[in-house]
Each structure stands twice: as structure tokens, then as C-alpha cells.
Design a protein around this ligand. Structure first.
Ligand SMILES: NC(=O)c1ccc[n+]([C@@H]2O[C@H](COP(=O)([O-])OP(=O)(O)OC[C@H]3O[C@@H](n4cnc5c(N)ncnc54)[C@H](OP(=O)(O)O)[C@@H]3O)[C@@H](O)[C@H]2O)c1
Length: 211
């Protein structure tokens, strides 16, 4: 699959690296191909391609957004035409002061993106845990796979994302439409509170038991 990354830091870098290793054609969208994050990532995996944003996104089937939330609008707005009809995986989280929800829990960042890009199939995924779990999603010896909850309005786009999740070792759990993203964003805050502030290990993830 042709996958473009907007944002190549902790999250984008980990996922781009893993997906390239799985054989996908991965392109990093870069205004500055010599930026710190692109340079560091290419040193880890020279098989990654780098292209200007409109070219990377325009030729991709799936686009991963892994930028600081506050730049999302300025980053995606100029790419609206290239993103039209595509799957956009939203890994971003609006975080406010004191680990509050960055949009006051009134609307999710994902719904905001979906409203801004009505022709794009936005799916929230890879958002509820720290990037360490995207570097390595194997949990051997537990007898269950780690779960990745995801949501979005387009069933086909979610199937595409579920497929990528499975190949990366996750148990995909579709939690519903984009309106569920607010709950996922609150789960992120819970995880950050427990791990980054509370000292629990970054390899803390959830699993699903069903009967
Ligand atoms: N860190 C985590 O554990 C984690 C886990 C799940 C979700 N998230 C969410 O994922 C997103 C990315 O987090 P991260 O930790 O990967 O951040 P990061 O390491 O700081 O990386 C951010 C990336 O976005 C790029 N970027 C920043 N401003 C930009 C702009 N104006 N235009 C284009 N690209 C820009 C940076 O490029 P340059 O290097 O060129 O500036 C960098 O590649 C955030 O929304 C975060 O809430 C984070």
C-alpha cells in the first residue's frame, strides 16, 4: 500500500518505520527534507522516501497525520484537494493545560478534522497509547493481543485501517463513528496521566476479553 506520513516524529517515525519493514511504500511528506525528524528517521531506515507534501499525499492511498494537534489545521487545509477521497489516519490528540482535553471536551479533534475535510475519510487510530508501543507492539506470553480502538464514519476506510492494525500486531476494535473520538481522546489523557505522570511503564496497553 502507498502510505504517506505528515509528521515524522515519535509517532510518525515509529509507524513509518514499521510499515516500511512490512513492505509498504512509505513516503514522508516534508516541507524541509533536511528537518531534524526526517534526518533522524532516514538514518534509522534509509528505505523511506521523502517528497514535498502535495506529492506525498497526492500519490498515497492512506495518509497518516502525526503532527502536534495545534498545527493540524494549517497543515491539512492546503492539502484538502490531495486528501479528497483518501483515508486519513488521525493519530493526534488535543491536549490542554493540566492534561485537560484541548478542545474543552466539547468536540473531538477528529470531528474537527472531519468537518474541515468533508471529502476525506478520517479514522482515529494509533492515538490512545505512547509511541513506544508503535515501535514495538509485540506482547509475547500474554495469550491476547493488545487492543487498538479506532473510530470513523467510513466503513471501508475503517476496514483498511483494521487491516494495517492486524499486520502490526494489534487487535483492532472498531468503537464506532467519529463521534466516539472524544472518548478515545479522553482515554489518551487517562493513559498519559497513568504513565507519563504516574510512573507506570510505557508498555501499558489494554486488551479485550469477550464472552
Ligand atoms: N508521543 C506519543 O507518545 C504520542 C502517542 C499517541 C499520539 N500522539 C499524538 O501524535 C502527534 C505527534 O506526536 P509526536 O510525539 O510524534 O510529536 P513529535 O515527535 O514532536 O513529532 C511531530 C512531527 O510533526 C512535524 N511538525 C511539527 N510542526 C509541523 C508543521 N507546522 N508542519 C508540518 N509538520 C510539522 C514535526 O516535524 P519537524 O521535526 O520538522 O518539526 C515532526 O515530524 C501529537 O498530536 C500527539 O498528541 C503522541
Amino acid at each position: 500500500m502507498r502510505i504517506a506520513f505528515i509528521g515524522s516524529g515519535n509517532v510518525g517515525g515509529a509507524l513509518a518505520n514499521q510499515l516500511r519493514r512490512l513492505g509498504h511504500e512509505v513516503t514522508l511528506a516534508a516541507k524541509d527534507p533536511k528537518s531534524k525528524s526526517i534526518t533522524a528517521l532516514l538514518a534509522r531506515n534509509p528505505d523511506l522516501k521523502v517528497s514535498p507534501p502535495s506529492e506525498a499525499v497526492g500519490t498515497a492511498e492512506v495518509v497518516v497525520l502525526a503532527t502536534p494537534f495545534q498545527v493540524n489545521v494549517e497543515v491539512v487545509k492546503p492539502l484538502a484537494a490531495e486528501l479528497s477521497g483518501k483515508v486519513l489516519i488521525d493519530c493526534t490528540n488535543p491536549i490542554g493545560p493540566g492534561l485537560s482535553h484541548g478542545l474543552g471536551s466539547k468536540q473531538s479533534g477528529t470531528e474537527m478534522l472531519q468537518a474541515l475535510l468533508p471529502q476525506t475519510k478520517v479514522v482515529k487510530a494509533f492515538s490512545i497509547y505512547g509511541y513506544e508501543n508503535f515501535e514495538d507492539s509485540s506482547f509475547p506470553g500474554f495469550g491476547v493481543k493488545p487492543v487498538m480502538m479506532f473510530c470513523g464514519n467510513d466503513a471501508g476506510a475503517k476496514e483498511t485501517v483494521a487491516g494495517l492494525l492486524r499486520t502490526l500486531g494489534w487487535e483492532p476494535l472498531d468503537v464506532g463513528g467519529a463521534e466516539q473520538a472524544l472518548h478515545l481522546e479522553h482515554m489518551t489523557l487517562l493513559w498519559v496521566h497513568m504513565v507519563r505522570l504516574g510512573g507506570r511503564p510505557p508498555g501499558l496497553v489494554w486488551a479485550v476479553l469477550t464472552r
